[in-house]
Design a protein around this ligand. Sequence first.
Ligand SMILES: Cc1cc2nc3c(=O)[nH]c(=O)nc-3n(C[C@H](O)[C@H](O)[C@H](O)COP(=O)(O)OP(=O)(O)OC[C@H]3O[C@@H](n4cnc5c(N)ncnc54)[C@H](O)[C@@H]3O)c2cc1C
Length: 400
Amino acid sequence: MTEIIVLGAGMVGVSTALALQEQGHTVTLLDHRGPGEETSHGNAGMIQAEAMEPYPLPLDPGTVLAIAMGRTNDVAWRLSGLPHFLGPVLRYARNSMPKGYRANVVPEWAGMIRRAQDDHGKLIAAAGADDLIARQGFRKVYRTAKGFDAAAATAERYRAEHGVPSILMDGRQVAEAEPALRKTLAGAVHWTSSWACRDPGGLVRRYADLFMARRGSLVLGDAMSLERTGAGWKVQSHNGPITAERVVVCLGPWSPALLARFGHTIPMVFKRGYHRHFRVENGPKLPMMDVEMGTFLSPMVAGLRVLTGAELGPLDMPPGTRQIDRSTAAARELFALGDKVEGPDWVGTRPCLPGMLPMIGPSAKQDGLWFNFGHGHQGFTLGPTTARLLAERMGAPVSR
Ligand SMILES: Cc1cc2nc3c(=O)[nH]c(=O)nc-3n(C[C@H](O)[C@H](O)[C@H](O)COP(=O)(O)OP(=O)(O)OC[C@H]3O[C@@H](n4cnc5c(N)ncnc54)[C@H](O)[C@@H]3O)c2cc1C
């Protein structure tokens, strides 16, 4: 009999299923789609050893005013979404105040990031997925000297405080390293230790294949059918009902909707992101973040992926094109983009909690209900690590 049902087969759910299985549990993984087809597919694919501090909300008046006036592309919002995000964003802002953020958030987050590549590395090797991974880092590029100077100071601080390596490059060095660049830039920080995945959804599928090869069960079904049954839990799959003693919610941005049914009010800041692919003959050699334009360029199997920053609003907000159009224009200034690869723009949501740390552990209200969600901007990086943390907390199977 299945002991544990894991709901959601994104990077977090698949990693959780693998970690619990490794500990000796019998696990069923359930999703209403194939593994890695949602947020864990559409991201920038970075396994970010440099991301030692989660994104705090900007609090300086100049940046807040620029966001409020719609002048930024890294953070966008729509008036219709304001009632949905105002409450969670105010809590997020409170948790971003420097003193509490440095004392309560950064140490725990940095501890997880420090483990992330090791945890991915083991799965990549076991899943035979090395062909999807490049280990040459990525560059954050800056168009203005002011932006570059501030970034250089941050890079220096990260080296001193967290031991994260980076190389500072002036405009000429960036042009030499990226000969297809069409624009002169002020400079770049090359974060050398991060890894890039050329097919993020493909990596999740490889991990899911590994889970199944180790005799795990992956089924299609609707997580919203979850209900209590006796001392355990039941969920409907396409193959009929599945029952288990414990259930782990790994539904990313959909987690709060399910948990509301079991007495949990989870304030989540939904940070929408978009991407498009382009055919490019001479693109960036390494992934590149055009920081001041809120745009990320990531070479992928499907083409050059152009991604946006965050758009705030409810989960079901109709997609717009303004932010991705702006990011496409920014990308065209940097490289000669060819045709857009067929298909609609991709839309997905970073599941951000106002405390910036993912929720990993048991429900305080329901026996046998466990959480692993809320990974924000770095869930692709952190999936295997929070999975191991959760498995450690759940413990090995009790022998009877
Ligand atoms: C534009 C963008 C760029 C990003 N770039 C990076 C990056 O470079 N590096 C990084 O570390 N992170 C990045 N992220 C963040 C990262 O993608 C997410 O934090 C991570 O994918 C979350 O994983 P997850 O498994 O929690 O959620 P998901 O991958 O969304 O998985 C949730 C699963 O739940 C399933 N589900 C939902 N509802 C139901 C239901 N009713 N029944 C059954 N199943 C259901 C879905 O089908 C899905 O498979 C980025 C995010 C975005 C949007």
